[in-house]
Design a protein around this ligand. Sequence first.
Ligand code: PLP
Ligand code: SF4
Length: 437
Amino acid sequence: MKYKAYSLSNYLTIPQVEKLPGEIKQNIKVVGNVLPFKVNNYVLDELIDWDNFENDPIYNLTFPQKNMLLPHHYKKMEAALERTTDKKELKEVSNSIRVQLNPHPAGQADKNVPMIDGQQLWGLQHKYREIVLFFPSAGQTCHSYCTFCFRWPQFVGMNDMKFMMRESELLVRYLEEHQEVTDVLFTGGDPMIMNCRVFKRYMKPILDNLEKTNLQTIRIGTKALSYWPYKFLTDSDADEYLELFEEIVSRGINLAFMAHFSHPVELETDAVKKAIRRLRDTGVQIRTQSPLLRHINNDADVWADMWRKQVNLNCIPYYMFVVRDTGAQHHFAVTLSEAWEIWQKAYQQVSGVCRTVRGPSMSCTPGKIQVLGVSEVNNEEVFTLRFLQGRDPDWVGRPFYAKYDENAIWIDDLEPAFSDRFFFQEEEMEELLVAEE
Ligand SMILES: *Cc1c(COP(=O)(O)O)cnc(C)c1O
Ligand code: SF4
């Protein structure tokens, strides 16, 4: 299969889009001028049901929707597009809206960037003790873009916001100096956009120096299985990739795909099934994750179906996330209370082999916080929460409580119950005081 991508510059030539009402095309154009838009022929032809496109999960996952922008932002962009075709002027308007959409959630820009020899390593993020995120510069785009993506600033040319690294030598040095790190996660964008030859250039220094590091697991965060399974079937470098994966596994490394699947439809084509089988045959492990998204998968049966299909295909359900506080959060968000209900109804109807999944989980500044449920303590309704990952490893696994709030969609909306601060906030305060001394 030959890859063909569409974006704002040529979306009107998509055969299925040509037939859509003018108003829908206008929405794509206006919203697509602020948030990223890219889609390919596999997604268009195999995943979207065009007879019911407005309710179609994958259409909603890939095509800009009017309500992804707040009404005043939409109007501002639309007016600018009517007023001018001047690229510079349009970009100024786009950027003035973008900066209001919290482009750097969860302290990414300032808190997680590690140092070596007094130099900041902009292509790495090190937030949790055991795992470092690596952003290879050649992997900072995707086979299609997800409308909800929290990495959206990287895709719209806000270059000063781009995390990336041109080579992995500094990563290796960092790993040597940080023996507590057992995992590296290649991320982006989608690292599986890279040609294998390029990917090998990043991987080689790591493999050549394995003994000097404490690396156990190499993870690859990717949506290629969902958006372009031919990467592992018919692309010119498919076999080369499979050989490389086999070699990595043979070195005793746990090679794990952190595969993004947001809907069971993505697991149903012959191409994705074959690609998963080929990958699994190399010894690659596939773990799956997605946020819970209104208009796409806010339904317990959809999640239960998805987890079962994943397990049947030999994948391991891993995370259900809460939509992050950036970009089009207001459009996709589900309240924490609804998220937990959907989670619980889905979790209850699958067997233990699917219950490797954890969630609903918020990736926020202090860590990954799981909503364990709604409880009643001392006649007070509360959320019971815990850290799945913490900036301080000692926070992980300790239950804590927040006042129940049926409208809350994020940790910032919650107030502590039975205390005036969350326990991690006390420790953060202490850290600040120490820092000031
Ligand atoms: C989620 C995440 C990880 C990986 O956490 P695991 O729970 O080990 O999968 C690592 N770094 C950051 C910044 C993350 O958000
Ligand atoms: S594939 Fe991943 S990085 Fe790319 S747009 Fe989707 S969620 Fe974002």
